[in-house]
Every structure is written in C-alpha cells, then in structure tokens.
Design a binder for this molecule. Structure first.
Ligand SMILES: [Fe+2]
Ligand SMILES: [Zn+2]
Length: 445
C-alpha cells in the first residue's frame, strides 16, 4: 500500500494514528492506488464508489486526501461542531442543536472511516455518537486549504457602461407576475447580473406597480412612506420631491443599511418636458478607478463618510456608527467590491480626517466624479408611463435631468435581504433538478 502524507502531518503522526484509531483498511488502500493513477490527470473528480479519498488522522485533525497532492485538514473540533445528524442539527429548521462550547477542547475521534457516503467519524462519549460528512460537502467547505474549484461559483455580474442602451435588460409585467415564477426568476437574475432591469407593459397606476414591487419581497417602509406616490411638491424634505436635476447617486447613504432595491415608475408627465433618467453602474466605474487610479480607489475604500437626512423636523437620520461608511465597501472574506454608497448632496461635515487625508479625499472624489459623469459611464433614458425600472441601490447609481411640468411618480424600496433571499430560493427551485426539499448539506448553511 502506498502511503500519502498530508502536508503538515509527520510520518510519526500517521503511525501513531493508525495505532490508536481504527482506520479504513482495504478500501482505503484500493482507493489510494486508484487515486495515484488518477493523479496524473491533474484534475480530481468527486469520489465514486470505487474511488474513495484517503484519510489519515492525527491527534487534533483528520486529513482527507483527494489526490496525491490535495489534502484537506479538518480540526476535530470543527468536525464535531459541524455534525449534521438529527441530534446535532434540526433537519427542518436547519439550526444547530449542539452547544459548541460544551465540546471538550481536546476532542478526538475514536474511529474514522472512509465510506461510500462520506467520512464517518465515531466520537467517544457516554452515548456513542457518529457523524457522517458527504465527500462533496467536505471538499466544498475545505478551509485548509481552500479548494476554489470545489466551491459553488458566485453568480456572474456583468459590468456595463453607456453601451448598455443597445441591449437593456427587460422583462414584461406579464412575465414578472406569472404564477410559475419563471419570469420572476428572470427578473431577479437580471437585477443581480446588471444591477437594474426594466419592466415593460406595467399598467400605469400605483396599484399594479405596488403589486409588482411585492413580487420580490416586502416593501421597506421609511420616512418617505411605504409605497410612494408623489409629485414634485416638496411634500417631503428631499430634492427627490423637486424639479431639480439630480446627479448620479445611491439612496439612503444616511442609513446604516441603505435599501437594497428601488423600483420607480413614472405614471404621468404633463405640461412640460425633461426629466430623463440617468443610470450608472457603480461597479463598472469602480473597476476603472481601481485600474487607473489605485490610490484614489484605496482612499474611497477606507475613508468613512458621514451623511444625514435632516430635511424634516420630525426626522434626523444618520448612519450607525455616525462616522459613516466608505464610498466603496468590500466583502471582508473575498475582498470583492460589495457596495457603493455615494450621494454628495447628503454628505455631512468632514471633520474627522488629518490634513493629508483630507487632501487625498478631495483628490479622490474629483477623479471618482469625473469617471461617474463620463459619456462612457452614463446611460440616459427617457422613461414613460408603462415602463418601471428597478435598481440595485448597492451598485447602480441613479439620477435625472431637471424637468418642467407635472410628474407623478410612484415606487418603493425593497430590503436587500428580501431580494437576495428571493433570488436564492428561485435559483434553488430552477436549478435543473426537481427541487422538493432543502438539504442540511446545502451550500452556505
Ligand atoms: Fe434617489
Ligand atoms: Zn451529531
């Protein structure tokens, strides 16, 4: 039998483990030789009945060898914590039933075994306990090392500039409202991919538009109300309620959690003109900034910006913490850009920076603004009754040109979590397989 050593495991540790722990016998040696042959192909495939990973236990970890070079090491405490048997994990609610802090710090399996269904671990306890971890789940969740090709790939985003005008993502009202939810899936997928989507053929009234908004999730009530139906009468103390031009901005920079989606629908525009809609892909502009002006990108990624909504005596909004958030926020795990917050009009006093930081900040927003307002970035469109637009407020900035006459606008905010949940659920449902039940091993749980 050939022995493969997991990197970091000394031969003595394996020897010790094979004395102290009942390890798989013939099946593992068969698997090891099968894997040795397969290793020349360089790309390991998921284990099959005759092709099981090699396992090896040390005092504090279990190592799983996917091929001669790729080993994943799992801490015993991690394995015990992630047991998904009915005693340790509620099979319906998908909630942990283990009190993790009660797991003994030096816990070690009494037996580890490679089986067709996964890694079988027996734990010493007064009441014997077995945990079974599917191989694909272990590979997907390998953390030492990460195995990128085993992860569920993130859904693709398409960054766009002004040329998006040639192929604007659109669904019809009929599609979005259809009971089988396929059109709804297309709609939320478009929002994810492009950061916005038009809905055509919407009856030009608030009732239909509200029903459309509710297809995605709960409407988020704010100081502007729940579902808005407004004109330029300054009914609320915000420039949205005027006839002024509005530069590209995201909404709610003064909230701790700005709304996820914004849907708006122009119901009528009479006795005047103007009021084109402006959309700019903040992720596209950020990608250009990062490439051409990395220093400015870093400043916008690291400088918190205070903001406020104070146009009405009854409300005074500031984010928590009050220092605010940077213009560009990133996923702390992947480092990917996750959110753009930008509304120069709502920015509060900048009194928290050193003189040098202050100079760098003004220089950085000058470049940012130049890229945001370039002809290559701006997508202008004249919307009319019947076409609603929905915007991912964490990515796409919106604005409008000044107008004359009377405009009646309606729309709503939808929470980011509601939208992401709807997308995830519809992805599950339309994943290709007949989807009837969420597994305790579903990705991300
Ligand atoms: Fe706005
Ligand atoms: Zn368990």
């Amino acid at each position: 039998m050939r022995k493969f050593l997991a990197p970091g495991l000394r031969p003595s540790m394996v020897a010790a483990s094979s004395r102290g722990i009942t390890t798989p016998s013939s099946r593992v040696s068969q698997a090891a030789s099968a894997i040795a042959v397969k290793a020349t192909t360089q790309s390991p495939s998921p284990p099959t009945n005759t092709d099981l990973p090699t396992i090896s236990a040390s005092p504090d970890k279990v190592a799983v060898g996917w091929d001669t070079r790729t080993w994943s090491r799992f801490h015993n405490i991690w394995l015990r914590d992630h047991c998904r048997c009915p005693q340790c994990f509620h099979q319906i609610t998908k909630q942990r039933l283990v009190n993790t802090s009660e797991i003994p710090p030096g816990i070690s399996p009494s037996k580890v075994e490679a089986t067709e269904n996964g890694l079988l671990v027996s734990w010493p306890s007064s009441q014997p306990h077995e945990s079974l971890y599917p191989w694909s789940w272990l590979r997907q969740n390998s953390y030492d090392p990460q195995i990128p090709d085993a992860k569920v790939p993130p859904r693709e985003k398409i960054l766009w500039g002004s040329k998006i005008m040639n192929s604007v993502p659109t669904v019809t009202f009929e599609e979005a409202m259809a009971e089988d939810d396929r059109g709804l899936h297309k709609w939320v997928s478009n929002i994810h991919r492009f950061g916005f989507c038009f809905v055509s053929g919407v009856p030009p009234n608030p009732e239909a538009t509200e029903k459309l908004s509710q297809r995605i999730g709960f409407i988020r009530e704010t100081q502007y109300g729940k579902f808005w139906d407004f004109t330029s009468d300054l009914a609320k103390g915000d420039t949205a309620y005027t006839m002024l031009a509005l530069g590209a901005h995201t909404d709610n920079t003064y909230f701790t959690d700005p709304c996820g989606l914004q849907l708006f629908h122009l119901l009528s525009h009479t006795e005047g003109s103007g009021g084109s809609t402006l959309l700019v892909d903040g992720f596209y502009v950020a990608s250009i900034l990062k490439e051409l002006h990395p220093d400015a990108y870093n400043v916008l990624s690291s400088t918190p910006v205070p903001a406020h909504a104070a146009g009405e005596l009854s409300a005074l909004y500031r984010p928590s913490p009050p220092g605010g958030y940077p213009v560009l926020s990133h996923d702390p795990v992947t480092g990917d850009l996750s959110q753009v917050r930008w509304n120069n009009d709502d920015r509060s006093v900048m009194n928290h920076l050193s003189p040098q930081q202050l100079e760098d900040w003004y220089a950085a927003i000058r470049v940012w603004h130049k890229l945001l307002t370039s002809a290559d970035s701006e997508y202008w469109v004249q919307l009319g009754p019947g076409t609603a637009v929905i915007v991912d407020n964490h990515r796409v900035l919106h604005g409008r040109s000044a107008f004359t006459g009377k405009r009646r606008m309606c729309g709503a905010y939808i929470g980011v979590d509601e939208y992401r949940s709807k997308l995830a659920v519809l992805d599950e449902r339309f994943s290709g397989k007949a989807f009837t039940e969420r597994s305790v091993w579903s990705p991300g749980l």
